[in-house]
Design a protein around this ligand. Structure first.
Ligand code: GYE
Length: 324
């Protein structure tokens, strides 16, 4: 015998469901309930920077109660100053600034203060007459990072004659200043360490490669390359390989940031040491803003705990869980 599905009740059930719209939609908070944050980002020059941008966007999301206005300054301070003035005109609730360079912020931050907008600094530091111009800062101890790299060189080479190529980040940024100071202190302690080249690669892979290619063309003699970030190291490695040189054997490569791509290059012997610089500041900035929202006073300066990696003990499992 044929079985008939009773059509009428089914139809009615469908109609009812459609009328009710099915399960209740997830409620987005009303735009007017969201706190507005203007974030002036340095640029998109490196993997570190992109991880930092993603972390900020994820933390300061609508689901967490924020509307984030993001501005990429393309590594130009004047663009950051313009962005901050726009944020002030828009009347944002908070300004987050990842400053490109250390100096030149007094005027625009005084404008933000006059408008009553708290300014949270993230990543690099600034140098201002009056530290009340910003609410607080969170980032890395770049001098300590440089010292860590130099300590590794001392442990591995002692007073052996080193011929060091030094690729700096963008000049005037705290990351460059601290990492350069660390190396300078090492050079002062070890007369056998010779600086055969120093110049900026602007923290980019393309510039790192360009500088290294020129050094190889000029027959510069080197056995250590101190790169102030991973992306410049990638450019350096490409240049060395194209010239038939073996990174890790013909020259030790020291780098900073510890992105997962670079850490895998430690596993295969290409990079010798990578000093960690953690870009995942989003949740940290979120927690600062939440403290301010509750009327609390966050600590003025917060340094993020960091480590360093060489071939000793580094595994794929360690790399896999790091998040950048
Ligand atoms: O090391 C580099 C980036 O300021 C810590 O900027 C940051 C540095 C980071 O472009 O990769």
């Amino acid at each position: 015998m044929k079985k008939y599905v009773p059509l009428l009740p089914l139809l009615l059930a469908c109609l009812l469901l459609c009328a009710c719209g099915g399960p209740a939609p997830v409620q987005e908070p009303e735009a007017r309930d969201l706190a507005v944050v203007g974030f002036s980002q340095v640029g998109a020059e490196s993997d570190w920077r992109n991880a930092n941008t993603r972390s900020m966007q994820q933390a300061l999301s609508a689901a967490n109660g924020y509307r984030l206005i993001f501005d990429d300054a393309q590594q130009k301070q004047d663009r950051q100053i313009t962005a901050i003035r726009n944020f002030i005109n828009l009347g944002v609730d908070y300004i987050v600034l990842a400053p490109n360079t250390e100096t030149g912020w007094d005027t625009v931050l005084a404008e933000a203060r006059a408008a009553g907008i708290p300014v949270i600094l993230v990543d690099r530091m600034i140098e201002v007459e009056d530290t009340d111009l910003f609410t607080c800062w969170i980032g890395s101890d770049f001098r300590k990072e440089g010292d860590t790299a130099v300590r590794w060189l001392e442990e591995h080479y002692g007073d052996a004659p080193l011929r060091i190529v030094h690729l700096q980040g963008n000049i005037g940024s705290s990351a460059q200043i601290g990492r350069t100071e660390g190396l300078d202190a090492g050079l002062a302690r070890h007369p056998a360490w010779q600086l055969v080249f120093r110049g900026s690669g602007d923290f980019t892979q393309a510039k790192g490669q360009e500088v290294m290619e020129a050094l190889i063309r000029d027959h510069t003699d080197f056995n250590v390359i101190y790169c102030e970030n991973d992306n410049m190291a990638y450019g350096v490695i490409d240049a060395l390989k194209m010239a038939g040189l073996r990174p890790g054997e013909d020259a030790a490569i020291i780098s900073f940031d510890a992105n997962s791509t670079a850490l895998r290059m430690i596993l295969d012997g290409t990079i010798s040491l990578d000093v960690e610089c953690n870009p995942l500041h989003g949740p940290r900035v979120l927690s600062i803003i939440e403290q301010l929202q509750r009327g609390e006073t966050p600590p003025k300066f917060t340094y993020v705990e960091e480590t360093s990696f060489d071939a000793g003990g580094l595994t794929e499992e360690i790399i896999g869980v790091r998040g950048y």
